[in-house]
Design a protein around this ligand. Structure first.
Ligand SMILES: Nc1ncnc2c1ncn2[C@@H]1O[C@H](COP(=O)(O)OP(=O)(O)O)[C@@H](O)[C@H]1O
Ligand SMILES: [Mg+2]
Length: 246
């Protein structure tokens, strides 16, 4: 296994030394939310929210339970649409465009509080699932999945089922899966909500490191204000409103 992985890694490292770009992910996406509101029936989940994230920025969003954080993240990722206002990724309303589901899959990676791994598939196969629509051949998907698991420090757990992994390890598999399509925007919704505080710090460190290395934009929602330490900026959502930091 180790030998196999070091073979995978070597060409990338050699290419990096020579200044070539082998599967270098494109730069992070720009996010702009303009006066977005979301109403569910009579509930104003989000009210007149505006924010901006520059390409490659790490933005933390905190706030109490029920304040509207997930709603805001879903709007940014195009999983949900605003009742009014606009959400632009690289200046475009992605969910309005033809083929938006595919476009979103290629552009955005999601990590949730629950890992949503398929319980009867080993870690590697769970990551491979995300590559099914990529046009890669089976052997290629397999190597790529192993490479991604290596990137999150789980090379030696690749052939284990989710039930054989710790909570933190499962979350790292979910992260490897989220990175499979080289997202330019990674959205994490309480990614440490279901693990102990030590593991939580490790996952936050890993997210920050991946953002740095890949240059992707990272928006991370957490009720844990600790997340703000690693972020470039932190916003707070209070009763559906994004509090002005100034
Ligand atoms: N799909 C939905 N249908 C109805 N109400 C919802 C839905 N999603 C969220 N809400 C409500 O919107 C508010 C904000 O929820 P949410 O964005 O999940 O908050 P948070 O992530 O900060 O805990 C809550 O009052 C919640 O009950
Ligand atoms: Mg939430």
């Amino acid at each position: 296994m180790d030998n196999h992985l070091s073979q995978l890694k070597r060409p990338r490292e050699a290419a990096r030394r020579e200044g070539a770009s082998v599967r270098t992910p494109p730069a992070g996406a720009e996010v702009r939310v303009e006066h977005a509101s979301r109403r569910y029936g009579s509930v104003d989940a989000l009210v007149d929210a505006s924010l901006h994230a520059s390409p490659g920025e790490m933005l933390a969003i905190t706030g109490r339970s029920g304040s509207g954080k997930s709603t805001l993240l879903h709007l940014i990722g195009g999983l949900d649409q605003p009742t009014s206002g606009r959400v632009l990724v690289d200046g475009r309303e992605i969910w309005r465009e033809p083929g938006s589901a595919r476009h979103r899959r290629e552009l955005v990676g999601f990590v949730f509080q629950q890992h949503f791994l398929l319980t009867d598939l080993v870690a590697r196969a769970n990551v491979e699932v995300a590559l099914l629509g990529s046009g890669m051949r089976r052997t290629e998907r397999r190597s790529r999945a192993l490479e991604l698991l290596d990137e999150v420090g789980l090379a030696d757990r690749a052939e284990h089922l989710p039930e054989e992994l710790s909570g933190g390890e499962r979350q790292r598999v979910a992260l490897a899966r989220a990175l499979a399509n080289e997202p330019r925007l990674l959205l994490a919704d309480e990614p440490t909500g279901a693990v102990d505080s030590g593991t939580s710090q490790l996952i936050l460190d890993l997210l920050a490191e991946l953002r740095e290395r890949r240059g992707m934009t990272l928006v991370i929602v957490s009720y844990d204000a600790q997340v703000g330490i690693r972020a470039d900026r932190m916003l707070t959502v209070i009763d559906g409103r994004v509090a002005d930091p100034d």
